[in-house]
Design a protein around this ligand. Structure first.
Ligand code: ATP
Length: 209
């Protein structure tokens, strides 16, 4: 599972999802847009539109799935609830992985039920250029004794370990920068899939009104 606001989806998300799947030999990567992200303001673009852009971005990419389950749930989009759902779907023996970028990882101790996340899945932290701060003491405590140093070690049990992964392509693309460029009418070519760019421009999404 790779959750996020996807406001909007960009090539940093999509390329990371493809490389994550290859690096760990995952069957599929569920990309799950948050309806109401608990730790940030509500995006201006609706959850349905963000999901539609994600679908366009994924297109026919093998193994990537645009997963609408958080849009179908009331209340805040907690990853612990999403993983609980996935655990029911795939069963107690399945190896589940929750992937997140290093910036999101740095705030993990503030998430809802962070310990529960490790009961439900392995956590894989994707290295991200421009984000490299020291870990807070609560985060250090949360991950103590969980770290493994290779993907193979994740497959020994269904959940509970932490792996930090440097994927082959590190992309300094952020949705914040994409939104800023769209707001001022600058080019976003090659930051997003062309189909996503075309939809954003046709619908004047993120334009300064
Ligand atoms: P924003 O700039 O609005 O905060 P974002 O670009 O970080 O957005 P999110 O939707 O918040 O995008 O990200 C979803 C997940 O993907 C997070 O775990 C985030 O760390 C990760 N991610 C986002 N961009 C990249 C990237 N360029 N490389 C690797 N991981 C990324």
């Amino acid at each position: 599972m790779l959750g996020g606001t996807f406001d909007p989806v960009h090539l940093g998300h999509l390329r990371s999802a493809v490389e994550l799947r290859e690096a760990l030999g995952l069957d599929r990567v569920h990309m799950v847009p948050a309806k109401a992200p608990p730790l940030r303001g509500q995006p201006r673009v609706s959850p349905r539109e963000r999901l539609a852009l994600l679908r366009l971005g994924i297109g026919d990419t093998p193994g990537l799935v645009a997963d609408p389950r958080e849009l179908e749930r009331d209340g805040p989009s907690y990853s612990a609830d999403t993983l609980t759902d996935l655990r029911h779907e795939y069963g107690p023996e399945a190896r589940l992985v929750m992937a997140l970028g290093h910036d999101a990882f740095l705030r993990l101790a503030d998430w809802h039920s962070p310990t529960r996340l490790f009961e439900l899945a392995h956590l894989v932290v994707i290295d991200r250029p421009d984000f490299d701060a020291p870990l807070s003491p609560p985060l250090g405590e949360l991950i103590a004794g969980r770290e493994v140093d290779s993907g193979d070690m994740l497959w020994r049990r269904p959940a509970g370990s932490l792996l930090r992964l440097a994927l082959p392509t590190r992309m300094a693309i952020s949705a914040t920068e994409v939104r800023r460029r769209l707001a001022e009418g600058s080019s976003v070519r090659y930051l997003l899939p062309e189909a996503v760019e075309a939809r954003l421009l046709a619908d004047s999404l993120y334009r300064r009104s």
